[in-house]
Write a protein that binds this ligand. Structure first.
Ligand code: IMP
Ligand code: MG
Length: 180
């Protein structure tokens, strides 16, 4: 395991289960948008691995783009202030847009993204998230396509990070840090 010192990793969702669930979500998207094109918008960086696997299982005309945001006040009382660090490359007006997130936590990030995306007048706007931690919600938001609902634990792997580390783990793992 690549954890160091007193960091501990415990597998929460195994790679096989992730793969199976990603296929199911992709099948649902394929059915929902039969005969149409879907435009996947990945929220960098956490969603990059989920999006990469998801798009390859969608049996439709697809296109992808990415947006990067930073949020402030995380960990403490979140202010919900979000800033766009990298905007989309192209216009989404009239497209079937699916925002692809790694995890829905407080809901503040996705709420902000939904707001700015709506202003750009897509035909349809939906949310796909690999993970959902509903117990942490501050802003009411519901994912249209959710991989797994998880308890209130800090998780890493399959794109999710702690201080930019652990994104490469194939399983989603609970990270325990030594007490400070
Ligand atoms: P929200 O605005 O609180 O919903 O934050 C969502 C973002 O916080 C996600 O896109 C992740 O980048 C990050 N995040 C929330 N929970 C976790 C976690 O358990 N592990 C890693 N990142 C997380
Ligand atoms: Mg994220």
């Amino acid at each position: 395991m690549p954890a160091s010192g007193r960091e501990r990793l415990k597998v929460l969702i195994r790679r096989g289960a992730i793969q199976k669930r990603v296929r199911e979500v992709a099948l649902q998207i394929t059915r929902d948008f039969k005969g149409e094109r879907v435009h996947l918008v990945g929220v960098l960086k956490g969603a990059c691995i989920f999006l990469s696997d998801l798009v390859r299982e969608i049996n439709l005309d697809t296109s992808i783009d990415f947006i990067a945001v930073s949020s402030y006040g995380k960990g403490k009382e979140s202010t919900g202030q979000v800033r766009v660090l990298k905007d989309l490359d192209s216009n989404v007006a009239g497209l079937n847009v699916i925002l692809v997130e790694d995890i829905l936590d407080t809901g503040l990030t996705i709420n902000y993204l939904l707001r700015i995306m709506r202003q750009r007048q897509p035909k349809v706007l939906r949310v796909a998230a690999l993970l959902d931690k509903p117990s942490r919600r501050v802003k009411e938001v519901k994912g249209d396509y959710v991989g797994f609902t998880i308890p209130n634990e800090f998780v890493v792997g399959y794109g999710l990070n702690y201080a930019e580390r652990f994104r490469n783990l194939k399983d989603v793992c609970i990270l325990s840090l030594p007490p400070v």
